[in-house]
Design a protein around this ligand. Structure first.
Ligand SMILES: Nc1ncnc2c1ncn2[C@@H]1O[C@H](COP(=O)(O)OP(=O)(O)OP(=O)(O)O)[C@@H](O)[C@H]1O
Ligand SMILES: [Mg+2]
Length: 403
Protein backbone atom coordinates (compact mmCIF):
# COMPACT_ATOMS: atom_id res chain seq x y z
CA UNK A 1 0.00 0.00 0.00
CA UNK A 2 1.40 3.44 -0.90
CA UNK A 3 1.96 5.48 2.20
CA UNK A 4 1.77 9.10 3.32
CA UNK A 5 4.99 11.00 2.69
CA UNK A 6 7.21 11.72 5.70
CA UNK A 7 8.02 15.05 4.07
CA UNK A 8 6.52 16.98 1.15
CA UNK A 9 7.89 20.42 0.39
CA UNK A 10 6.06 22.92 -1.79
CA UNK A 11 8.45 24.78 -4.00
CA UNK A 12 8.19 26.84 -7.26
CA UNK A 13 6.61 25.03 -10.22
CA UNK A 14 9.93 24.87 -12.13
CA UNK A 15 11.66 23.18 -9.17
CA UNK A 16 13.15 19.75 -9.83
CA UNK A 17 10.78 17.17 -8.31
CA UNK A 18 12.56 14.52 -6.26
CA UNK A 19 10.68 11.46 -5.08
CA UNK A 20 12.70 9.67 -2.39
CA UNK A 21 11.89 6.29 -0.85
CA UNK A 22 14.59 5.82 1.73
CA UNK A 23 15.78 3.66 4.59
CA UNK A 24 18.63 4.58 6.91
CA UNK A 25 19.93 7.54 4.88
CA UNK A 26 16.57 9.33 5.00
CA UNK A 27 17.57 11.97 7.58
CA UNK A 28 20.89 12.72 5.85
CA UNK A 29 19.26 13.10 2.42
CA UNK A 30 16.50 15.26 3.89
CA UNK A 31 19.00 17.55 5.63
CA UNK A 32 20.90 18.06 2.37
CA UNK A 33 18.03 18.42 -0.09
CA UNK A 34 15.82 20.55 2.15
CA UNK A 35 18.34 23.39 1.78
CA UNK A 36 18.11 23.32 -2.01
CA UNK A 37 15.45 25.83 -2.98
CA UNK A 38 15.35 24.57 -6.57
CA UNK A 39 14.32 21.08 -5.44
CA UNK A 40 10.86 19.94 -4.44
CA UNK A 41 11.26 16.90 -2.22
CA UNK A 42 8.84 14.14 -1.26
CA UNK A 43 10.28 11.50 1.08
CA UNK A 44 8.71 8.17 2.00
CA UNK A 45 9.77 5.54 4.50
CA UNK A 46 11.11 2.52 2.60
CA UNK A 47 9.78 0.16 5.29
CA UNK A 48 6.26 1.32 4.48
CA UNK A 49 6.53 0.97 0.72
CA UNK A 50 6.09 -2.52 -0.63
CA UNK A 51 5.36 -0.79 -3.94
CA UNK A 52 6.39 2.69 -5.03
CA UNK A 53 4.24 5.58 -3.78
CA UNK A 54 2.35 7.25 -6.60
CA UNK A 55 0.24 9.90 -4.93
CA UNK A 56 2.63 12.64 -6.02
CA UNK A 57 0.73 15.18 -8.05
CA UNK A 58 3.31 15.30 -10.83
CA UNK A 59 5.72 12.81 -12.28
CA UNK A 60 9.04 13.13 -10.42
CA UNK A 61 12.10 14.40 -12.31
CA UNK A 62 14.27 11.91 -10.42
CA UNK A 63 13.65 9.03 -8.00
CA UNK A 64 15.99 8.22 -5.09
CA UNK A 65 15.72 4.68 -3.75
CA UNK A 66 17.21 2.95 -0.74
CA UNK A 67 15.63 -0.30 0.40
CA UNK A 68 15.25 -1.30 4.04
CA UNK A 69 18.41 -3.01 5.33
CA UNK A 70 18.98 -6.43 3.73
CA UNK A 71 15.88 -6.15 1.53
CA UNK A 72 17.37 -6.13 -1.96
CA UNK A 73 14.31 -7.95 -3.29
CA UNK A 74 12.25 -4.88 -2.51
CA UNK A 75 14.70 -2.68 -4.42
CA UNK A 76 14.58 -5.00 -7.45
CA UNK A 77 10.75 -4.93 -7.34
CA UNK A 78 10.68 -1.11 -7.20
CA UNK A 79 13.07 -0.88 -10.16
CA UNK A 80 10.99 -3.32 -12.22
CA UNK A 81 7.89 -1.29 -11.35
CA UNK A 82 9.60 1.87 -12.58
CA UNK A 83 10.74 0.25 -15.81
CA UNK A 84 7.08 -0.43 -16.62
CA UNK A 85 5.40 2.71 -15.28
CA UNK A 86 7.99 5.36 -15.94
CA UNK A 87 11.01 3.95 -17.80
CA UNK A 88 12.63 7.29 -18.65
CA UNK A 89 12.61 8.69 -15.12
CA UNK A 90 16.21 8.88 -13.85
CA UNK A 91 16.89 6.75 -10.77
CA UNK A 92 19.58 7.08 -8.14
CA UNK A 93 20.01 4.10 -5.82
CA UNK A 94 21.63 4.84 -2.47
CA UNK A 95 23.85 2.13 -0.99
CA UNK A 96 26.12 -0.52 -2.39
CA UNK A 97 26.44 -4.31 -2.46
CA UNK A 98 23.42 -4.62 -4.70
CA UNK A 99 22.00 -8.05 -5.43
CA UNK A 100 22.25 -9.48 -8.95
CA UNK A 101 18.54 -9.00 -9.56
CA UNK A 102 18.72 -5.37 -8.38
CA UNK A 103 21.68 -4.69 -10.69
CA UNK A 104 19.85 -6.32 -13.62
CA UNK A 105 16.77 -4.21 -12.96
CA UNK A 106 18.92 -1.08 -12.66
CA UNK A 107 20.71 -1.77 -15.94
CA UNK A 108 17.37 -2.02 -17.72
CA UNK A 109 16.72 1.67 -16.98
CA UNK A 110 18.20 4.25 -19.37
CA UNK A 111 19.31 6.73 -16.70
CA UNK A 112 20.44 5.31 -13.39
CA UNK A 113 23.33 5.51 -10.99
CA UNK A 114 24.43 4.34 -7.53
CA UNK A 115 25.48 6.60 -4.64
CA UNK A 116 27.78 4.72 -2.25
CA UNK A 117 27.51 5.31 1.50
CA UNK A 118 28.58 7.46 3.22
CA UNK A 119 28.19 10.49 0.95
CA UNK A 120 28.90 14.20 1.16
CA UNK A 121 26.46 16.96 0.29
CA UNK A 122 28.28 17.92 -2.91
CA UNK A 123 28.69 14.28 -3.98
CA UNK A 124 24.95 13.67 -3.61
CA UNK A 125 23.96 16.88 -5.42
CA UNK A 126 26.46 16.21 -8.15
CA UNK A 127 25.25 12.66 -8.75
CA UNK A 128 21.59 13.76 -8.80
CA UNK A 129 22.40 16.31 -11.49
CA UNK A 130 24.60 14.04 -13.56
CA UNK A 131 22.03 11.23 -13.44
CA UNK A 132 19.39 13.65 -14.70
CA UNK A 133 21.75 15.00 -17.33
CA UNK A 134 22.65 11.54 -18.55
CA UNK A 135 18.99 11.01 -19.31
CA UNK A 136 18.72 14.20 -21.38
CA UNK A 137 22.01 13.42 -23.08
CA UNK A 138 20.96 9.96 -24.14
CA UNK A 139 17.87 11.33 -25.83
CA UNK A 140 19.34 13.93 -28.10
CA UNK A 141 22.84 15.25 -28.53
CA UNK A 142 26.22 13.88 -29.47
CA UNK A 143 28.10 17.10 -28.74
CA UNK A 144 31.42 16.95 -27.01
CA UNK A 145 31.98 19.06 -23.97
CA UNK A 146 35.50 20.23 -23.04
CA UNK A 147 36.02 22.11 -19.77
CA UNK A 148 39.19 24.00 -18.78
CA UNK A 149 39.94 24.86 -15.16
CA UNK A 150 43.13 26.55 -13.90
CA UNK A 151 44.66 25.09 -10.73
CA UNK A 152 45.99 28.56 -9.80
CA UNK A 153 45.19 32.04 -11.08
CA UNK A 154 46.84 32.75 -14.41
CA UNK A 155 47.79 29.14 -15.18
CA UNK A 156 46.24 29.49 -18.64
CA UNK A 157 42.72 27.95 -18.72
CA UNK A 158 41.28 30.90 -20.65
CA UNK A 159 44.07 30.87 -23.24
CA UNK A 160 43.75 27.11 -23.74
CA UNK A 161 39.93 27.17 -23.84
CA UNK A 162 40.00 29.87 -26.53
CA UNK A 163 42.66 28.08 -28.54
CA UNK A 164 40.85 24.75 -28.23
CA UNK A 165 37.61 26.32 -29.49
CA UNK A 166 39.51 27.71 -32.47
CA UNK A 167 41.31 24.45 -33.23
CA UNK A 168 38.14 22.34 -32.85
CA UNK A 169 36.47 24.75 -35.25
CA UNK A 170 39.14 24.44 -37.91
CA UNK A 171 41.16 21.22 -37.55
CA UNK A 172 38.43 18.75 -38.49
CA UNK A 173 37.86 17.37 -41.98
CA UNK A 174 34.91 19.75 -42.20
CA UNK A 175 34.26 22.88 -40.18
CA UNK A 176 32.63 22.22 -36.82
CA UNK A 177 30.01 24.19 -35.03
CA UNK A 178 31.67 25.33 -31.79
CA UNK A 179 30.60 27.36 -28.74
CA UNK A 180 33.00 28.79 -26.17
CA UNK A 181 31.15 29.38 -22.90
CA UNK A 182 32.70 31.45 -20.13
CA UNK A 183 31.25 30.26 -16.81
CA UNK A 184 33.32 32.73 -14.79
CA UNK A 185 30.50 35.16 -13.98
CA UNK A 186 32.74 37.50 -11.94
CA UNK A 187 35.70 38.36 -14.14
CA UNK A 188 35.65 35.98 -17.08
CA UNK A 189 38.05 37.14 -19.79
CA UNK A 190 36.94 35.24 -22.91
CA UNK A 191 34.91 38.11 -24.38
CA UNK A 192 37.67 40.67 -23.68
CA UNK A 193 40.41 38.42 -25.09
CA UNK A 194 38.38 37.88 -28.27
CA UNK A 195 37.05 41.44 -28.49
CA UNK A 196 33.40 40.40 -28.76
CA UNK A 197 30.36 41.70 -26.83
CA UNK A 198 29.50 39.88 -23.58
CA UNK A 199 25.84 39.08 -24.19
CA UNK A 200 25.19 36.13 -21.86
CA UNK A 201 22.54 37.31 -19.37
CA UNK A 202 21.87 34.01 -17.65
CA UNK A 203 20.80 35.63 -14.37
CA UNK A 204 17.74 37.12 -16.08
CA UNK A 205 16.32 33.69 -16.91
CA UNK A 206 17.80 31.65 -14.06
CA UNK A 207 14.47 31.42 -12.22
CA UNK A 208 12.77 30.18 -15.35
CA UNK A 209 15.35 28.01 -17.09
CA UNK A 210 12.79 26.52 -19.49
CA UNK A 211 12.96 29.86 -21.30
CA UNK A 212 16.44 28.95 -22.48
CA UNK A 213 15.99 27.66 -25.99
CA UNK A 214 17.77 27.88 -29.33
CA UNK A 215 16.48 31.41 -30.01
CA UNK A 216 17.71 32.67 -26.66
CA UNK A 217 21.13 31.05 -27.14
CA UNK A 218 21.25 32.87 -30.47
CA UNK A 219 20.70 36.14 -28.61
CA UNK A 220 23.29 35.24 -25.95
CA UNK A 221 25.96 34.19 -28.46
CA UNK A 222 28.53 36.57 -29.96
CA UNK A 223 30.05 35.21 -33.15
CA UNK A 224 33.82 35.57 -33.38
CA UNK A 225 35.40 36.28 -36.75
CA UNK A 226 37.19 32.93 -36.69
CA UNK A 227 33.84 31.13 -36.81
CA UNK A 228 32.94 30.00 -33.29
CA UNK A 229 30.37 31.54 -30.96
CA UNK A 230 31.27 33.07 -27.60
CA UNK A 231 28.80 33.06 -24.70
CA UNK A 232 30.16 35.28 -21.93
CA UNK A 233 28.78 37.65 -19.32
CA UNK A 234 29.90 41.17 -18.48
CA UNK A 235 32.19 41.47 -15.43
CA UNK A 236 30.21 41.58 -12.21
CA UNK A 237 31.73 41.33 -8.69
CA UNK A 238 28.64 39.45 -7.49
CA UNK A 239 28.11 37.61 -10.78
CA UNK A 240 27.47 34.18 -9.23
CA UNK A 241 24.46 35.41 -7.28
CA UNK A 242 21.27 34.40 -9.01
CA UNK A 243 22.92 31.66 -11.10
CA UNK A 244 21.62 28.22 -10.16
CA UNK A 245 22.36 24.62 -11.20
CA UNK A 246 19.12 24.36 -13.19
CA UNK A 247 19.99 27.39 -15.33
CA UNK A 248 23.53 26.13 -15.93
CA UNK A 249 22.23 22.64 -16.76
CA UNK A 250 19.66 23.97 -19.19
CA UNK A 251 22.18 26.35 -20.84
CA UNK A 252 24.59 23.48 -21.44
CA UNK A 253 21.88 21.04 -22.55
CA UNK A 254 20.55 23.44 -25.19
CA UNK A 255 24.07 24.32 -26.34
CA UNK A 256 24.91 20.62 -26.65
CA UNK A 257 21.88 20.25 -28.92
CA UNK A 258 23.00 23.14 -31.12
CA UNK A 259 26.78 22.77 -31.30
CA UNK A 260 29.20 19.94 -32.16
CA UNK A 261 31.63 21.09 -29.49
CA UNK A 262 31.00 23.05 -26.32
CA UNK A 263 34.21 24.44 -24.78
CA UNK A 264 33.88 25.78 -21.24
CA UNK A 265 36.15 28.10 -19.29
CA UNK A 266 35.30 27.31 -15.66
CA UNK A 267 36.64 28.68 -12.39
CA UNK A 268 38.21 26.46 -9.73
CA UNK A 269 36.14 28.34 -7.12
CA UNK A 270 33.47 25.71 -6.58
CA UNK A 271 29.87 26.79 -7.09
CA UNK A 272 27.00 24.41 -6.37
CA UNK A 273 26.96 23.52 -10.07
CA UNK A 274 30.73 23.23 -10.74
CA UNK A 275 30.86 19.47 -10.19
CA UNK A 276 27.79 18.98 -12.39
CA UNK A 277 29.61 20.68 -15.23
CA UNK A 278 32.71 18.61 -14.51
CA UNK A 279 30.65 15.40 -14.44
CA UNK A 280 28.93 16.30 -17.72
CA UNK A 281 32.19 17.08 -19.52
CA UNK A 282 33.77 14.56 -21.87
CA UNK A 283 37.09 16.07 -20.85
CA UNK A 284 37.82 18.17 -17.78
CA UNK A 285 41.25 19.71 -18.29
CA UNK A 286 42.97 20.98 -15.16
CA UNK A 287 45.67 23.45 -16.20
CA UNK A 288 48.79 23.93 -14.13
CA UNK A 289 51.92 25.95 -14.67
CA UNK A 290 55.34 24.58 -13.88
CA UNK A 291 55.98 25.93 -10.40
CA UNK A 292 55.98 23.95 -7.20
CA UNK A 293 52.98 25.81 -5.66
CA UNK A 294 50.95 25.41 -8.86
CA UNK A 295 51.73 21.69 -9.09
CA UNK A 296 50.70 21.21 -5.45
CA UNK A 297 47.49 23.13 -6.12
CA UNK A 298 46.80 21.02 -9.22
CA UNK A 299 47.40 17.78 -7.30
CA UNK A 300 45.05 18.90 -4.51
CA UNK A 301 42.38 20.11 -6.94
CA UNK A 302 42.37 16.85 -8.88
CA UNK A 303 42.24 14.80 -5.66
CA UNK A 304 39.37 16.91 -4.40
CA UNK A 305 37.38 16.47 -7.63
CA UNK A 306 38.00 12.72 -7.64
CA UNK A 307 36.81 12.47 -4.03
CA UNK A 308 33.67 14.47 -4.69
CA UNK A 309 33.02 12.79 -8.04
CA UNK A 310 33.83 9.08 -7.77
CA UNK A 311 34.54 7.62 -11.21
CA UNK A 312 35.72 10.91 -12.70
CA UNK A 313 39.32 9.79 -13.24
CA UNK A 314 38.76 8.77 -16.89
CA UNK A 315 37.64 12.24 -17.95
CA UNK A 316 40.00 14.25 -15.77
CA UNK A 317 43.23 15.36 -17.44
CA UNK A 318 46.15 17.43 -16.23
CA UNK A 319 47.90 19.75 -18.66
CA UNK A 320 51.15 21.59 -17.97
CA UNK A 321 51.22 25.06 -19.48
CA UNK A 322 54.10 27.41 -20.32
CA UNK A 323 56.63 24.62 -20.67
CA UNK A 324 60.08 26.19 -21.24
CA UNK A 325 61.85 25.21 -24.47
CA UNK A 326 64.96 24.02 -22.75
CA UNK A 327 65.40 23.08 -19.16
CA UNK A 328 67.35 25.93 -17.57
CA UNK A 329 68.74 25.86 -14.06
CA UNK A 330 65.51 26.60 -12.17
CA UNK A 331 62.91 25.18 -14.57
CA UNK A 332 60.91 22.11 -13.65
CA UNK A 333 61.00 19.30 -16.21
CA UNK A 334 57.98 17.29 -17.32
CA UNK A 335 59.29 14.26 -15.41
CA UNK A 336 59.74 16.24 -12.19
CA UNK A 337 56.30 17.81 -12.59
CA UNK A 338 54.62 14.44 -13.05
CA UNK A 339 56.44 13.14 -9.98
CA UNK A 340 55.14 16.09 -7.93
CA UNK A 341 51.64 15.54 -9.31
CA UNK A 342 51.76 11.82 -8.58
CA UNK A 343 50.30 11.10 -12.03
CA UNK A 344 50.98 11.56 -15.73
CA UNK A 345 49.97 14.72 -17.52
CA UNK A 346 47.83 14.40 -20.66
CA UNK A 347 50.03 16.96 -22.39
CA UNK A 348 52.12 20.07 -22.16
CA UNK A 349 51.85 23.46 -23.87
CA UNK A 350 54.99 25.37 -24.80
CA UNK A 351 55.66 28.80 -23.43
CA UNK A 352 55.25 31.54 -26.04
CA UNK A 353 54.70 34.90 -24.39
CA UNK A 354 54.95 36.84 -27.67
CA UNK A 355 52.39 34.61 -29.39
CA UNK A 356 50.01 34.75 -26.41
CA UNK A 357 50.32 38.55 -26.04
CA UNK A 358 49.89 39.17 -29.76
CA UNK A 359 46.72 37.08 -29.76
CA UNK A 360 44.97 38.95 -26.93
CA UNK A 361 46.10 42.33 -28.27
CA UNK A 362 44.44 41.56 -31.63
CA UNK A 363 41.39 39.85 -30.09
CA UNK A 364 42.24 36.53 -31.75
CA UNK A 365 43.03 32.93 -30.75
CA UNK A 366 46.79 32.26 -30.81
CA UNK A 367 46.49 29.94 -33.80
CA UNK A 368 44.86 32.69 -35.84
CA UNK A 369 47.13 35.54 -34.73
CA UNK A 370 50.34 33.54 -35.16
CA UNK A 371 49.65 30.21 -36.86
CA UNK A 372 53.22 29.02 -36.34
CA UNK A 373 53.09 29.43 -32.55
CA UNK A 374 54.03 26.33 -30.57
CA UNK A 375 50.91 26.95 -28.46
CA UNK A 376 48.66 26.24 -31.47
CA UNK A 377 50.61 23.11 -32.38
CA UNK A 378 50.59 21.81 -28.81
CA UNK A 379 46.85 22.44 -28.39
CA UNK A 380 46.17 20.48 -31.59
CA UNK A 381 48.22 17.60 -30.17
CA UNK A 382 46.33 17.83 -26.87
CA UNK A 383 42.98 17.67 -28.66
CA UNK A 384 44.09 14.57 -30.56
CA UNK A 385 45.23 12.92 -27.33
CA UNK A 386 41.97 13.70 -25.54
CA UNK A 387 39.88 12.64 -28.56
CA UNK A 388 41.61 9.26 -28.60
CA UNK A 389 41.01 8.82 -24.86
CA UNK A 390 37.33 9.63 -25.39
CA UNK A 391 37.06 7.04 -28.14
CA UNK A 392 38.76 4.48 -25.86
CA UNK A 393 36.18 5.26 -23.18
CA UNK A 394 33.27 5.00 -25.57
CA UNK A 395 32.21 8.66 -25.96
CA UNK A 396 30.41 9.35 -29.27
CA UNK A 397 32.58 10.63 -32.10
CA UNK A 398 31.15 13.85 -33.44
CA UNK A 399 34.13 15.11 -35.42
CA UNK A 400 36.73 13.54 -37.66
CA UNK A 401 40.05 15.01 -36.65
CA UNK A 402 42.43 15.47 -39.57
CA UNK A 403 45.74 13.75 -39.00
N1 LIG B 1 51.58 28.86 -23.17
C1 LIG B 1 51.67 30.14 -22.85
N2 LIG B 1 52.81 30.83 -23.12
C2 LIG B 1 52.93 32.12 -22.78
N3 LIG B 1 51.97 32.83 -22.20
C3 LIG B 1 50.82 32.21 -21.89
C4 LIG B 1 50.61 30.85 -22.21
N4 LIG B 1 49.38 30.50 -21.77
C5 LIG B 1 48.85 31.61 -21.23
N5 LIG B 1 49.71 32.63 -21.30
C6 LIG B 1 49.53 33.99 -20.76
O1 LIG B 1 49.41 33.87 -19.35
C7 LIG B 1 48.50 34.82 -18.85
C8 LIG B 1 47.40 34.11 -18.07
O2 LIG B 1 46.69 33.29 -18.96
P1 LIG B 1 45.11 33.03 -18.83
O3 LIG B 1 44.40 34.33 -18.71
O4 LIG B 1 44.75 32.12 -19.92
O5 LIG B 1 45.11 32.27 -17.44
P2 LIG B 1 43.85 31.91 -16.52
O6 LIG B 1 44.27 30.75 -15.74
O7 LIG B 1 42.64 31.81 -17.33
O8 LIG B 1 43.79 33.20 -15.59
P3 LIG B 1 42.66 33.59 -14.52
O9 LIG B 1 43.05 32.91 -13.26
O10 LIG B 1 42.75 35.08 -14.45
O11 LIG B 1 41.35 33.11 -15.07
C9 LIG B 1 47.99 35.60 -20.05
O12 LIG B 1 48.73 36.78 -20.18
C10 LIG B 1 48.26 34.66 -21.23
O13 LIG B 1 48.46 35.37 -22.44
MG1 LIG C 1 40.79 32.78 -16.97
Amino acid sequence: MPNTPMLAMNRPSHATRVLAVLGSSSAAVQAILQEETQLSLEIHDANQCASLPRQAEHQPDIVLLEPPTKDQDRLAAWLRELSVQSPTTPVLVIGELLSVSAVQALLALPASNVMPLPFTRSALLSLISSTMRSNTGSKTNTARCWSFMSAVGGAGATTLAIESAYQLQTMGVSTSNVALIDLNFIDGACAACLDVPANLRLGEVADNPDRIDEALIDAFASPHASGFDVLASTRNPVGYQGINPQAIGRLLDVCCDIYDHVVIDISRWMQDWTLDVAAGSDALVVVSELTVPALHAARDLVMNIETEMPGSAENLHLVLNRMAKRVFGHSISMTEAQKALGRDAAGSISSDWDGAAQAVNYGLPVGQASPKSRIAKDVRALIRTLESKMVDHGAPTSVQVAS
